[in-house]
Design a binder for this molecule. Structure first.
Ligand SMILES: Cc1cc2nc3c(=O)[nH]c(=O)nc-3n(C[C@H](O)[C@H](O)[C@H](O)COP(=O)(O)O)c2cc1C
Length: 344
């Protein structure tokens, strides 16, 4: 993929949905010689346009837009009622009589896709599912590079067959949601250092390595495994530009954080710092509805936790490398990584 060859440094800032990757962060990464990513999955077309405008105002460098490939669900009243019942111990602990009904389950992916075509970033990446050949062709016709997210070889081959230019190979250590879309999420447990060489050997397209990459030595290891670039999430979450709630940030920087996978917050397995919500919901985890229904249902709980400065009920997404996080401005992080890599 030409764009990856053109980057000053082979470093992609992982898209992180939830309002953390504000336009100033994305632009700062691209201006410093990496590739900034704007997570669009939770944004309406109007907000996508506004934020892309802000990025373009702050940088002339290429950047990436990222999406969850998903269909808007239509759960029955019974499904919603039983899912809120599973969450009862949590909302009762907040003193509520019932769990508020979300206004929407998720953004409309079809509308986001048309907006993506209109906005024409250099590249777009996708997770949670796969595009069809026709969608990939439309992106290519608009001059947009296409990257899929994979957690095992079969998914990498599927994206290659759909016409993708590259795949992000994301090991089980990675922070945030697993991208698994073929087979059961609980079976996609390959660690990054096993996954990268397997995917590199299986596909002809570029491979971007992700999962517990925190410093220059980690980047070198990924490149030695055959990756063309790396995608780092957790490392950018503690930069000065990231819009992270202070209580979440304190957990990220505690140096004693312990992470694990849970599907209790969102209905899809994701890695975060263990807290009371995860422990309280552990026995019900297998029963909660699939993403995005559970994610929407826990939205009011997470918002209340943020308002109360209570990290015990927030989703504290982070990778296994969290205790190696280095808080600093984006430009300094990129230059530190470049120096560790032996570039200037
Ligand atoms: C808070 C958080 C939110 C994330 N949200 C997204 C997302 O919206 N889309 C996506 O493709 N990946 C998402 N990820 C994954 C990152 O882009 C990246 O691949 C991952 O963090 C790499 O692993 P690391 O955290 O060990 O560096 C998220 C990760 C974190 C920590």
């Amino acid at each position: 993929m030409k764009l990856l060859d053109q980057l000053t440094y082979p470093i992609i800032q992982g898209p992180m949905a939830g309002g953390f990757c504000v336009p100033a962060l994305v632009a700062a990464v691209s201006n410093a010689g990496g590739l900034g990513s704007l997570p669009c999955s939770l944004l309406s077309p109007a907000v996508m346009r506004e934020q892309v405008g802000q990025i373009r105002h702050a940088t002339e460098q290429p950047f990436l837009l990222n999406f969850f490939v998903q269909k808007t669900p239509a759960p029955s009243e019974e499904e919603v009622a039983s899912a809120s019942e599973l969450l009862r111990p949590v909302w009762q602990s907040l003193g509520w009589d019932s769990l508020p009904r979300p206004q929407q389950w998720c953004q409309d992916f079809a509308a986001q896709f048309e907006t993506l075509l209109e906005l024409r970033p250099a590249v777009a990446s996708f997770t949670f599912d796969i595009l069809d050949r026709q969608q990939v062709d439309r992106l290519h016709e608009a001059g947009i590079g296409v990257i899929g997210t994979v957690t095992h070889v079969a998914e990498a081959l599927a994206w290659q067959a759909a016409g993708a230019d590259a795949v992000v190979a994301s090991g089980v250590e990675a922070g945030g949601h697993r991208g698994t879309f073929i087979g059961r999420q609980e079976d996609a447990t390959l660690g990054a250092r096993e996954l990268w060489p397997q995917v590199v050997a299986a596909v002809d397209i570029d491979v971007i390595a992700a999962g517990n990459i925190m410093d220059g030595a980690d980047i070198r290891e990924a490149m030695a495994a055959g990756a063309k670039a790396v995608q780092m999430g957790t490392a950018f979450l503690v930069t000065d530009e990231a819009a992270v709630h202070p209580a979440y940030r304190a957990q990220l920087l505690s140096k004693t954080a312990s992470t694990r996978l849970t599907r209790a917050f969102s209905g899809r397995y994701a890695r975060g710092i263990e807290n009371r919500f995860m422990r309280q919901m552990a026995a019900m985890e297998a029963l909660v509805p699939a993403y995005p229904v559970q994610n929407a249902l826990t939205g009011s709980i997470r918002a209340a936790a943020a308002a109360n400065n209570d990290p015990e009920l927030m989703s504290l997404w982070a990778g296994t490398g969290v205790n190696r996080s280095r808080p600093m401005p984006v430009a300094q992080l990129i230059h530190t990584l470049a120096a560790e890599l032996g570039h200037s």
